[in-house]
Structure formats: C-alpha cells, structure tokens
Ligand binder design. Structure first.
Ligand code: 5RP
Length: 234
C-alpha cells in the first residue's frame, strides 16, 4: 500500500514538467515512479524535447531503459525542475536524504536546479528531523579515524553495509556513515559542523533546498506544501 502512495506522489510531480525542460531525476523507490511516469509521457508524445540529468547510476539506467534522454550535469546550464524523494521532511522543507546512498549527487543536482520538488509518503513528514539516521558520505582514507571522532562527538555513527556485510560504496566510490541521532534540534548548526569536518564529503541534511513537497496518499489524494527557500535560513 505504501508503494501506492509513492506512485501517487511520483505521478503527480510529472504535472510540473513542461515541454523542452531539463529535468533532474532523483533516486529511490519514490523517484522510481516519477521516472516511470515521465518515460510514459514522453513515449506517448505528451511531453516533448525533454532531457534529464540523473542523480545516480540506478536512475540513469531506469531513465535510459524508458527512452528518456539523459545528459551529464556539465552539459546543461541549469535544471528546470528536479524531482526527488526524501527520507524525512518538515512541512517547511528541511529534510534528510541519502537513505539510498545518493546524497552527494542529489545535492549537487539540487544546487543546479531552479525548482526542486520532493515526493514523499505521509509517514515521512515530521516536526523534528532525526528519527531517520542521518547519512554522511565520507572518504575511505582514514575513515576509522573519522568514525572515532564522530563517535566522541556523540553522533553515533555506523558504517552502512550491504546484506552480505560488505561496506556500501557510493557511485563516487566513497563510504556512508549513518548517524543515529534520534532527534536533531539544531539542523543548521549540525550541518555547519559536518561541513567543516575533513573527510566528510557531504551530509544528508538538505536545508533550504526544496520549493515544493508533494505528499502522496494511498487513496490517490495528494497534499502540497510550498516552501519559501529564503525563509528557511536561520
Ligand atoms: C537516496 C535518497 C532518496 O530520495 C530517499 O532515500 C528516499 O527514498 P525512497 O523514496 O526509496 O524512500 O535520498 O539517496
């Protein structure tokens, strides 16, 4: 049933895409439905002259298999609309991303997007971030040292592993640490601290980076939150 809600959100987001746009393709099981519907609209001729920039190998492969033209970020001046999932979001658009391990490319693409839309299920809308472990992408070199530092800071890191217990490797060849924080009372401050840490390439706190949140429900309805990017700075 949750997949139904993801599909509802993903399909709704396609309504924001217009002919001739460069579209950012997010990553994850909700973004999957957006890409799927985008491909359908292109195939049936409802959308024309669309090109896309993908935030992961997975999304690129899915898009190409559906006949969506995928170009590299460096080939475009900007992205008109990025549609991506999120692991948690407040109604005003502060979020945690990276559950799928694509946070670095997702943030790079988000920075290049004129408009960003998150597609989520209702369980992901929270008042306070942090119940979902905060992913950070780190350089493999010296990663145990960095792990220890984060541990001493009380940030409860855990190396992300695959089912076979091997370390999860990102599309850029890095590791992911998930910070088990339970509650993040000062996300901007934590973001600054993580930004300053050598060895941390990027963190999954996406603050001030989205304009709209589409919440999809199993019954087919959607709810829209509009975010004022400027107003979210603190
Ligand atoms: C991947 C992400 C995803 O957008 C996030 O994890 C949500 O995924 P899903 O739609 O599968 O719940 O940030 O890095």
């Amino acid at each position: 049933m949750r997949n139904q809600a993801k599909m509802v959100a993903g399909r709704k987001a396609v309504e924001y895409i217009e002919n001739g746009m460069t579209v950012g393709l997010g990553t994850g099981s909700t973004a999957y439905y957006f890409i799927d519907e985008l491909g359908r609209q292109i195939r049936t001729g409802h959308l024309q002259n669309i090109q896309a920039v993908a935030t992961s190998k997975r999304s690129k492969e899915q898009a190409e298999s559906l006949g969506i033209k995928v170009v590299s970020l460096d080939m475009v001046e900007y992205i008109d609309v990025l549609v991506d999932g999120a692991d948690e979001t407040t109604p005003d658009g502060s979020g945690i991303k990276g559950g799928g391990g694509a946070l670095l490319y997702e943030k790079i693409v988000a920075m290049a997007a004129k408009k960003s839309i998150w597609i989520v299920t209702p369980d992901k809308v929270v008042e306070t971030l942090g119940a979902f472990p905060l992913p950070i992408e780190i350089v493999p070199f010296g990663s145990l040292r960095l792990f220890d530092n984060l541990n001493q800071m009380g940030l409860n890191p855990q190396f992300r592993r695959l089912d076979n217990d091997s370390l999860f490797i990102t599309d850029s060849g890095n590791y992911i640490l998930d910070l088990h924080l339970e509650s993040i009372q000062a996300p901007h401050q934590l973001a600054l601290e993580l930004d300053r840490m050598v060895g941390v390439i990027e963190h999954g706190l996406f603050l001030d980076l989205t304009d709209r949140i589409i919440v999809g429900y199993e019954n087919g309805e959607t709810h829209l939150f509009s975010c004022d990017r400027g107003a979210m700075q603190s």
